[in-house]
Design a protein around this ligand. Structure first.
Ligand code: GDP
Ligand code: IMO
Ligand code: MG
Length: 431
């Protein structure tokens, strides 16, 4: 039995959805443990594309159980729509294969409103959030004002807490943001529908995961976002409001940390970032545009063009250190095809000094100049490669240097968006 975590090692959108879907074949349970519907995880199977935001990426395997853990923030409207649209497309979803933690906090309509109002008011200082209410929902969780999925089973309790919470929020809406006060009745009407539709899926995810682990079943933990968006260890304040690092597997599900057996770090063969914040290897030139076009780097959640740049091995090494990554899953190698030269940053220069780590201060990180190593490009189409020896030598040299620079071997290399466009090297789920 193996408990395996898939973690984004950059700024998100590394291809976690594809890899989780692929690895689910050998897993029994797939668990989301942090983030919310700011995540956009894309699966491509047999020419069909599925964009998932809250439903775990194991859902296309109906015999496996997908779990939304306690560390996730759930927008029930989004979850209901996602379930409905997947079912319409023939995906089997029932309380037998989807479990939502009763402890997961709810993103309420006024969280979304607050997220948007803040960003608007901040103007130049905005974070560039997905506008999905993620920050305000986690704030309410931390300030003990939040409502949880389990609270939907007791409407009196729900309504009482909602009134209390709205009282405070309405002060902000009216006095600070010049918005009309929000009415609790509209939220309560919605909540009744949520309870009816989602009620059968809500349960004790902690117990379920404990039992699955005790029984030696293979559990796959699906990270959202990426290490540099971590609220503690990322490029604060240009981060999300949860911990996309491996430690959150424990806090967001209740699995004891020592029971996590393998952490694989998702690494895009280059770098992308959505929203504001420092990005030393960003390419604002023609090469950046070419990577964005070839890699179809437009947000799954918001449709925004993603900022693109060269691979930053300092960023990936930081992720390896923070998460104890045992292996790397390198994705989108095919996108680099046709570039005459490829570059990888393996250090930065700051005030004339060469440094091999991310400076703690955001100001310094914004000033850090990447120190690049140059690699020969490759022109061969790699999408049909199924073993390392199918790859051109130039691509293998690049992958080897990445592993060496960050201190973790490649366990998997993805060469196209389809489930089968993958070179699998590691045996993740050992008997
Ligand atoms: P996630 O948020 O980490 O799950 O990543 P996204 O789904 O937001 O973005 C990754 C995008 O790249 C999706 O459109 C995937 O279908 C696509 N993708 C994943 N792996 C590969 C790959 O190896 N090659 C190419 N060309 N596309 C890939
Ligand atoms: P997946 O799981 C890329 C970014 C937003 C913004 C910052 C804060 O698909 O990799 P938030 O709405 O979370 O308060 O926004 O974080 N962001 C992501 N960027 N991929 C994601 O998820 C992201 N989730 C949030 O663009 O910069
Ligand atoms: Mg994404």
């Amino acid at each position: 039995m193996t408990n395996l975590a898939v973690i984004g090692s950059q700024w998100g959108d590394e291809g976690k959805g594809k890899i989780v879907d692929l690895l689910t074949e050998k897993a029994d349970v797939v668990v989301r443990f942090q983030g919310g519907n700011n995540a956009g995880h894309t699966l491509v199977v047999g020419g069909e594309t599925y964009a998932l935001h809250l439903v775990p990426s194991g859902i296309l395997h109906p015999e496996k159980v997908s779990v939304v853990g306690s560390g996730v923030v759930v927008d029930p409207d989004v979850l209901m729509r996602e379930i409905e649209s997947l079912v319409q497309r023939g995906v089997k979803i029932s309380p037998k294969n989807l479990l939502i933690s009763e402890k997961a906090h709810i993103i309420l309509p006024y969280h979304r409103l607050l997220d948007e109002a803040r960003e608007k008011k901040a103007a130049d200082g905005k974070i560039g959030t997905t506008g999905r209410g993620i920050g305000p929902a986690y704030e309410d969780k931390a300030s003990r004002l939040g409502l949880r999925m389990g609270d939907l089973s007791d409407m009196d309790y729900f309504s009482q807490r909602l009134e209390n919470n709205l009282q405070e929020k309405n002060c902000l809406f009216v006095n600070l943001y010049g918005l009309p006060p929000q009415d609790s009745r509209t939220v309560l009407e919605k909540a009744k529908r949520w309870a009816e539709f989602l009620g059968p899926y809500i349960g004790n995810a902690f117990s379920f995961i404990q039992k699955a682990s005790d029984q030696g079943r293979n559990i796959l933990f699906e990270g959202a976002q990426g290490v540099q968006l971590d609220v503690d260890h990322g490029t604060y304040p240009f981060v999300t409001s949860s911990n996309p690092t491996a430690g959150a597997v424990a806090t967001g599900t209740g699995l004891a940390p020592k029971l996590l057996h393998h952490v694989t770090g998702l690494v895009k063969a280059y770098t992308s970032r959505v929203g504001e914040g420092p990005f030393p290897t960003e390419l604002t030139d023609e090469t950046g545009r070419k990577i964005r076009e070839t890699g179809a780097e437009f947000g799954t959640t918001t449709g925004r063009p993603r900022r693109c740049g060269w691979l930053d091995a300092v960023v990936v090494k930081t992720a390896v250190q923070l998460c104890g990554m045992d292996s790397l899953a390198v994705t989108k190698l095919d996108v680099l095809r046709g570039l005459p030269k490829i570059y990888m940053a393996t250090a930065y220069e700051l005030d004339g000094q060469k440094i091999d780590h991310i400076p703690a201060s955001l100001k310094d990180f914004s000033r850090a100049v990447p120190v690049y190593e140059e690699f020969a490009g490759f022109s061969q189409d790699v999408r049909a490669a199924r073993k390392l020896s199918d790859l051109p030598k130039e691509a293998r040299v690049y992958l080897d240097r990445l592993s060496e620079a960050v201190g973790a071997p490649a366990g998997l290399v993805s060469v196209g968006p389809e489930r089968n466009e993958t070179i699998v090297l590691a045996d993740y789920f050992k008997p």
